[in-house]
Design a protein around this ligand. Structure first.
Ligand code: TYD
Ligand code: MG
Length: 464
């Protein structure tokens, strides 16, 4: 008798980093090569979970692709335009969306706001993290209210599905996936096998009923979605909510989207009344400064499909302790070192004995190579202690030979710079070739080399 009970409870070892399953303990994961990540978790294979205990099984058969009919999926439009855009044009029925981010960044606020701003839809907000009172208190701060927003504080998936069957919500929000547990699996909430099982149950629910489900997920210290990478494979869309907790700006980014582009970006400001959409991001990214300083250059960049103007700050000062320090915040360190080498070798700048610090304003992390020119100009400006006029901005990639290379979508960048009132934009010669310069009020300065940019800039400075 004892044996038959034992046979039912099965345990397995799971890599806590990637979710790899092994029947015995391993020192190193063969899948992700991490050491010491295996943890024993109890699993019970029998009576596998289903979101609906009485669900009628429909077995699927192969169909010719031309036979499959589809109606234009009717997306639910959130009141939040930034969220709609990031999702690729609204919420797709039956989609599973993972919202990841560090603690305190505003994931719960974003999701509660979504629920409260959708009074035409019945939304169920399941929280395993906060009490009903806490959620109500938060809702008081966000000015919107909706009678159709239901709160459930529960962590067991079986109970959650029971309530779902009663309520029949049109949108489900889970805060957070790491607090859920399924009774079909023995291990603790937040463990790999629990997270995977609960997600699988929710996935099934979403697909069978066509209800969109948002899952909030925590991020570990290393910046990984806590728990398994497998979670990212299971969901349709992964949104990352990022930003510095101490700054007010937050960025919502798509890292995976089965229903739209992954290059979209939403910008929010955390205010005393919840998250506010920022419709003109360039204004916040250009710092409001009163006195003019050297070491500041404005560059144009594209985040997703959005053109932005951003302030690059650098500080170049003689190194006092032995080896000079080079450090960049929000910008790739390797790329900065490459640009420093180009400035030294091709531009003849003496940077060898200087400390160089680079900072991207607004706490943003940038990757667009079109910012190279602005980075170089801010370094030159700091080294020479020469202030760059406020109405100048820069756009161009720098090659190893110090040549200015063309960038993509130049028209969009020019229009954005013009819209923000800049008078001079420095671009690569190759970019300016096909452009109708008379179309723009902003003055375009085409250059093929960094030195030409510096020369033109000096002549602008002396004229002013
Ligand atoms: P929260 O949504 O709880 O973050 P997460 O779910 O990602 O852990 O939001 C956390 C922070 O937001 C919290 O420190 C307080 C702040 N906040 C505001 O500044 N204004 C507001 O209106 C709300 C609701 C929160
Ligand atoms: Mg939260």
């Amino acid at each position: 008798m004892f044996e038959s009970v034992m046979a039912k409870v099965k345990s397995s070892y799971f890599c806590q980093s990637c979710g790899f399953q092994s029947p015995k303990w391993l020192g190193r994961c063969p899948s992700c090569n991490e050491w010491n990540t295996f943890v024993e978790e109890l699993i019970e294979k029998e009576e596998k979970g289903s979101w609906k205990s009485t669900s009628t099984k429909i077995s699927s058969k192969p169909k010719s692709i031309t036979e499959i009919t589809y109606t234009e999926e009717h997306r639910i439009l959130a009141a939040d335009q930034e969220l709609n855009r990031v999702l690729g044009g609204g919420i797709v029925p039956g989609s599973l969306v993972l919202v990841g981010g560090e603690p305190g960044i505003g994931k719960s606020t974003l999701m509660l706001q979504l629920a409260l701003q959708l009074p035409s839809h019945k939304v169920l907000y399941v929280s395993g993290e906060e009490s009903e009172q806490q959620i109500r208190m938060r809702a008081e701060r966000l000015t919107d209210t909706s009678k159709n927003c239901f709160i459930l504080t529960e962590t067991g998936t079986q109970n959650i599905f029971k309530q779902i069957e009663l309520l029949q919500p049109q949108l489900l929000i889970i805060d957070s996936i790491q607090t859920l547990h399924s009774s079909f699996i023995e291990s603790a909430a937040g463990s790999i096998s629990q997270v995977r099982e609960c997600t699988a149950e929710l996935l099934k629910y979403a697909k069978e009923t066509g209800t969109p489900v948002f899952l909030i997920g925590h991020i570990t210290k290393e910046g990984m979605l806590a728990g398994p990478k497998v979670l990212e494979h299971m969901v349709d869309t992964v949104l990352q909510f990022e930003g510095d907790r101490h700054l007010t700006y937050r960025i919502l980014r798509t890292t995976k989207n089965r229903f739209g582009s992954t290059s979209e970006l939403g910008i929010y400001e955390m205010s005393g009344y919840g998250l506010r959409e920022v419709t003109n991001p360039s204004e916040i990214l250009l710092s409001q400064r009163e006195e003019k300083l050297s070491g500041i250059a404005i560059g144009t960049m594209l985040e997703g499909n959005r053109p932005l103007l951003i302030e690059i700050q650098s500080l170049v000062s003689p190194a006092t302790y032995g080896t000079p320090q080079r450090s960049a915040t929000g910008f790739d360190n390797k790329r900065m070192n490459m640009l420093l080498a180009v400035l030294e070798k091709r531009g003849g700048l003496r940077l060898g004995a200087q400390d160089v610090f680079l900072n991207i304003a607004g706490g943003l992390k940038v990757e667009d190579p079109a910012l190279d020119l602005a980075v170089c100009m801010s370094i030159v400006s700091s080294l020479e202690e020469q202030i760059i006029p406020e109405d100048c901005c820069f756009c161009g990639e720098i090659g190893l030979g110090g040549e200015l290379r063309a960038v993509n979508r130049i028209e969009q960048r020019i229009t954005e710079a013009e819209k923000l009132g800049f008078k001079h934009l420095f671009v690569s010669k190759f970019n300016s070739k096909g452009l109708d310069k008379n179309k723009y009020q902003i003055q375009l300065h085409a250059a093929s080399k960094l030195e030409e940019v510096i020369d033109t800039l000096s002549s602008i400075i002396t004229k002013e």
